[in-house]
Design a protein around this ligand. Sequence first.
Ligand code: M6R
Length: 610
Amino acid sequence: MCGIVGYIGNRSCIDIIYKGLQRLEYRGYDSAGIAVLKNNEISMVKSEGKLAKLEASLSKLPQDASRGIGHTRWATHGIPDTINAHPHVDGSVALVHNGIIENYLELKSQLQKEGVKFVSQTDTEVALQMFIKLYKQHKDPSKTIFALVKVLKGAFSLGILLADHPDELFVVKYGSPLVIGRGQGENFFASDAMALVGHTSKFCFLNDKEIARITPNEIEIWNFAGESLPLQFTEVNISSASTEKQGFRHYMLKEIHEQPRVMSSMIKRFVNADAGTLNIADMGLDKLDLKRINNIHMVACGTAYYSAVAAKYMIEPAAGIPVNVELASEFRYRSPWLNRDSLVIAVSQSGETADTLACVKHAKDAGAQIFSICNVQMSSIPRASHATLYMEAGPEIGVASTKAFTGMLLAHYLVGLAMGVRRNRVSSDELKRALNDLRNLPALVEHAVDSKADVEKVCAKYYESTNFIYMGRGTSFPIALEGALKLKEISYIHAEGYAGGELKHGPIALIDRHMPVVALCPRDNQYEKMVSNIEEVKARQGRVIAVGAADDEALKVIGHDYLVFPEIANPALQAIISVVPLQLLSYYIAVMRGTDVDQPRNLAKSVTVE
Ligand code: M6R
């Protein structure tokens, strides 16, 4: 969380940095700031709240400054006000930070004893003041940074601008992502390559414990031990159109609409429809020794975790291997049973989630094979994995994940089948049938998206509710969990997802005439059980929003309201389709409540701190 960006070259840097921060705002929007250097003097503007509030102050900066650093904040230490906003500047040093300095209290009290006065409540100012102290001793910026990283604990990606070294920027990468972009007579750094769209497609993704010195024409990298490292650039092309709203009111709505396209492009890449086979190598699975695996752990957070809950229903039966699904934040601290026969599947849209990344590193050390399912190319989790399936869903900018979720579900379905094939558990006929089911998937998802006007009408009745329950069974259970998360995130309504069978084990006590209950009812093997659950809710006066097939006349009359999804006799693919009306439900309720759909309060898209 937090986005940092820097520029050094011969152009005016303000607009480059500001636009870079706009593209990084998904990482946090509590405050923003930019510091630039001109004639050996640092000038700075900062403001609390979203980046747009900073725009009015940009004219106060020297417009032709050609070196600078910027920051958009997701507050950890200190309230989101202007004083706590980055960059933190003292005299001739400006510093931006993404991460958490875990030993900041200890360092702060040490510095205070030495007479340093602090103005903010942040951990970042401690890093700045420690740098200044060490700089007085070492005189040289890189030597100072080598000393600094020995004292800091936690996660810290830093960008440093020095008035007495006007032709250099310095960056540190530890725990949080950082990429350097190479231009011609100019260079850049940022938390994410997307910030530099339109300026360069050549990126050097720093690894943890690396430090770089960046001038307009040179880039040097060292590890924390001071050893010089070779530069490795990767070509990454991100179209600027893919980062724009393209006429939609919100990124979330645009991304909901992109789902049919994501489905069809994944199917095209991974399925050879004519031959009835899977392109297992393109899925990354050929890099793994699949025959050896006898236990699978799936680790993820948030929406990615709910996709993994659904994956258990897909991968375990197809692959014939027990699948443990776990929150990354729990898995990383509980000494899980892992060995060389374990496969850990890390699922993450951003590829940067700190807890998921920590699981990957831990499992790798334990000898497990690591497979990741990610969206963002060259992000940290794929780089730490033995193999990766990229969804290639395009940038997902709305904080509430939508197209990445359905992309993950499709990936899980295909991975389950591929493992089943490699382990001789899925015959070629079974595979052909399973792949045949995919033919209509993009059209069915599109059909679900097209029902948005009907969903909107239902939302008008419920948008003032203060609580919601979602329920489903089988692969609809994780969809209920995801539906509830979507509603919480963007409308700030309390919502919980339950397996239908669990309702009477406690949650049913919450039901009264004020409680809307969204019930997912595809006509699968648990349909009758769901209908009974609905009746139980109705008997307690709960308001039922049933979600089912267009021609399910029986279901239509049981619920108070009805949302339609296209039906498919494949539970895994039904889950992909069923989530769409729930995405739309949360979207329109949020719009009606007037919340900030794309940048909901307190959240950030990429959670790179614990
Ligand atoms: O980038 P990741 O998929 O690892 O992110 C995990 C969660 O932070 C993320 O899914 C979060 O829950 C979303 N805001 C959900 O909409």
